[in-house]
Design a protein around this ligand. Sequence first.
Ligand code: SAM
Length: 267
Amino acid sequence: MRKNKLTAKTSDIHDLYELSVQCVEAEIDFVLDIFKKRGKKAPRSVKEDFCGTASACAEFVQRHRDNFAVGVDLDTDTLDWGREHRLAPLGQDMNRVKLLNKNVLSVTRPKVDAVMAFNFSYFIFKERKTLLKYFKTARASLNSGGMLFLDAYGGSDSQVVLEEERKLKGFTYVWDQAEFNPINNEVINHIHFRFRDGTSIEKAFSYDWRLWSLREITELLAEAGFARSDVYWEGWDGEAEEGNGVFKPSQKEENCPGWIAYVVAER
Ligand SMILES: C[S@@+](CC[C@H](N)C(=O)[O-])C[C@H]1O[C@@H](n2cnc3c(N)ncnc32)[C@H](O)[C@@H]1O
């Protein structure tokens, strides 16, 4: 038996999560690219809301020696894991990351050039007034010229109870849309990890969210005082029959079974 064969026992859910759903290089590339395309100076400070393991903070500070990142998350254990596995390996660079074990609804300092809330984490706010409060808080923490970056998902399949499997190196990632309530648009999703030896980590992560529409999001951003917000839609790779990872501003698209978009709001 190969020594490094993954099983439920030998795996770490944070590692598996990052291998399955998060690409912080692409997230930071997107943020830097938007600043550049809009003729703004490169951001030197970012806040990663719902930062979890703070991987995006780690990526950002490695891009330039003057970069500074703040990560905010409620979960102490996840922050500790991030400190040990994502920040400590940075050596001196880790001094340019500050982690706050706080509610994102209460953090407006230090002010930063960009706020990022990725992996749909703000969908946790189900009430209109709470999401509005979050957007106002994010705006209050931005320097002049700063921008808030969000992602969102949707499409016809997002309202369907289903399990989607993706085979990755040594394990299978399962996205489980367990519930969708058409009355209030609330969803329950889980992530499971399954291994070749038959073991699994069921409900490694669970999400109790409201599936917000892009229109609701952009309207609330305007209400929160943002001067402008734009939706960036992903292009299509016809050969691979999947999104091509290139996001462009758009105002009209065809719906599809599953899409992911970015929303960029200017302070
Ligand atoms: C979907 S995970 C995303 C983690 C990370 N941003 C990523 O992309 O991998 C959601 C994270 O948000 C945190 N969280 C949930 N509600 C929060 C709140 N009100 N303030 C701060 N963190 C919160 C959870 O502890 C969890 O780590």
